[in-house]
Design a protein around this ligand. Structure first.
Ligand code: ADE
Length: 372
């Protein structure tokens, strides 16, 4: 762990921070041209940081661009209704992020008096903002000397310092302290983005590109040949497959959608009625006659450590509604060409995109999303 601090001490002794110089020089040459780096404002940093939590840059780019066109500032986002906000987020997953962004816009437009706070502790109080995002906002939006320790930076740091410890809260706190101490005066924004960029492009999880790394002269794991083993990881629990069944209940050209309950994982999103279990158990639970169902296909999606396999069955209405167990859920009959206007949870979105033929005159199922 010593070396990183030694380079900082060198700085104090001879006025040079060779670690930061090497990093910033590399970043100036190699930084990707990303849309949120072009015309950056506290709002655009906030939106991009929320989208980039748990999500790859390439996935985020089109969402970010669409979002900034529709909601260019806090005021426009605060004025939107939640359904539209969720619809624009649809497909990015982890929808709590969208709801938190909306809540922050309402705070900024109201009690916060028009602007985000600019210090770490106040940022940490905002909905959906944890230590990483508070540090990223303070440094990227306001150039404050705070660390922004995401997974990429954590990996880079455990290699740089050759840390043979499974990362936990104490180690993260220690890394934050070391990063903060290494930020050259006035350079927090570039320094943190450079660390993130190096983690994303060079210090890769598998097969890091050590020979082209600007920090190779500073990296203890490289010197000791342990880079591939850093960071140490706990064994992951095995993936569990769960089966579910979705009913595509139609009444003419309209489909039955149910809204997820508040407090559920997909709160606020809609779905084709979906039930855990196989054909037999779901038919028994719902007291439905299986001969009326027609298999439409199946889809898969993963969340946390589960893989959900959903078989979809079509049936024309004729069953008694509400379906047992769904009495307290909002239900709506939605025309085929309007399905794209509803934010759907992951499984139902895949059903809409893969198993439901577009309405006449639409080039694809998504062609109906004119309102988004
Ligand atoms: N991941 C998190 N924040 C990022 C940023 N500003 N640029 C690229 N990747 C990121």
């Amino acid at each position: 762990m010593e070396k990183f601090e030694i380079s900082c001490r060198e700085e104090a002794m001879n006025g040079r921070n060779t670690f930061a110089d090497d990093l910033l020089r590399w970043y100036a040459q190699e930084a990707r041209d990303l849309p949120w780096r072009r015309r950056s404002s506290p709002y655009s940093v906030l939106v991009s940081e929320f989208m980039l939590q748990q999500t790859q840059v390439a996935t985020v780019i089109p969402y970010f661009t669409r979002w900034m066109e529709r909601f260019p500032d806090f005021e426009s986002l605060a004025a939107a209704d939640e359904e539209e906000v969720l619809r624009l987020w649809e497909g990015l997953g982890y929808y709590r992020r969208a709801r938190s962004l909306h809540a922050i816009a309402l705070l900024v437009a109201g009690p916060l008096g028009g602007a985000l706070p600019d210090d770490y502790d106040s940022l940490l109080q905002l909905p959906g903002v944890g230590p990483y995002t508070a540090g990223a906002l303070a440094s990227l939006a306001f150039n404050r000397p705070e660390a922004a320790l995401d997974g990429n930076v954590e990996r880079l740091m455990t290699r740089l310092l050759d840390i043979a410890e499974i990362p936990g809260p104490a180690l993260r706190e220690d890394l934050r302290r070391r990063i903060t101490a290494a930020i050259p005066p006035g350079r927090a924004r570039d320094f943190n983005q450079a660390l993130m960029e190096l983690g994303a492009l060079v210090c890769l999880p598998r097969n890091p590109l050590c020979l082209s790394c600007p920090l190779k002269g500073h990296c203890l794991a490289l010197a000791r040949g342990t880079a591939a083993e850093r960071p140490l990881r706990r064994l992951r629990p095995p993936v569990e497959t769960v089966r579910a069944l979705a009913l595509l209940v139609t009444d003419g050209d309209r489909f039955l959608l149910l809204r997820h309950r508040d407090g559920e994982r997909w709160q606020g999103l809609w779905e084709f009625p979906t039930f855990d279990g196989d054909e037999e158990s779901v038919a028994a639970d719902l007291q439905l006659d299986r001969t009326a169902w027609k298999k439409a296909g199946s889809v898969r999606h993963s969340f946390t450590r589960y893989r959900r396999e959903i078989s979809a069955f079509s049936l024309a209405v004729g069953l008694s509604l509400p379906l047992p167990g769904t009495e307290d859920r909002e239900a709506r009959w939605v025309a085929r060409e309007e399905l794209g206007d509803y934010p759907l949870s992951a499984g139902s979105r895949k059903i809409r995109e893969g198993l439901i033929a577009p309405a006449e005159g639409e080039s694809s199922v998504d062609g109906g999303r004119g309102k988004a």
